[in-house]
Write a protein that binds this ligand. Sequence first.
Ligand code: 0L1
Ligand code: MG
Length: 262
Amino acid sequence: MNLDSATIAALAAHLETCEREARDTPKITDEHPGMDWDDAYAIQDEILRRKQARGARLVGYKAGLTSHAKMRQMGVDTPCFGFLVDEFCVPEGAEIPAGALIHPKVEPEIAFILKHPLRGPGCHAGAVLAATECIMPGIEVIDSRYRDFKFDLKSVIADNTSAARFAIGGRAVPVDRTDLRTLGVVLEKNGQVAATAAGAAVLGNPAVAVAMLANHLGARGLEIPAGSIVLSGGVTEAIAVEAGDHVTLHLHDLGSLSLRFA
Ligand code: 0L1
Ligand code: MG
């Protein structure tokens, strides 16, 4: 690690304040070019610690940048991982006040609900499927705290991978009842098709993204607990939204899920 604990705490406080006040900031590596991967995840951990100290509950994890469409959109070639707390979770059909966000975008996600914990190293897609209670449609609302959504991977990891809100809904389906690779994804914005893909867009099979997350956490002495919600990553590029927009995700066999922005 290259940053001392006071700097990590100060950067976490800065990024979390930007999140809570819907204020943007230049990317933090501009001021701290020596920041390494461990520093970036330590800042993310400190943001989680701050939220838990205020009573937030860890409800799961997310993988980000797991599809080529997302990697291309953001100009990176490696997935990243973040946490989900209850304060990010909104009900299916919810109206989200856009004014509480900086420049929100929505992503269609395949959400895994775990019945058993998952721990790396050595976790693989088969272990993920065996540990999964069901899968569900998910919409993630990302909202980078960085000005104009411009960042590098270390900065975005520190910023909890742009996590802001998410909803899961539609139908919960046991994982052996569907083929995750051929699962058709249609995202509509204001009644028009905005993006389409199939589950295989996420690393060939979204269960691979969950296994990577378990291996990432395992390397840090952590696991994905039973009962966790895991967002496996945007299947398509992210779509910008603003007040007045509504979005619907249709996931073949798993029903539909909508959100509105007011
Ligand atoms: O969930 C995601 O794919 C977001 C990862 C972070 C990069 C971004 O803000 O697009
Ligand atoms: Mg996402």
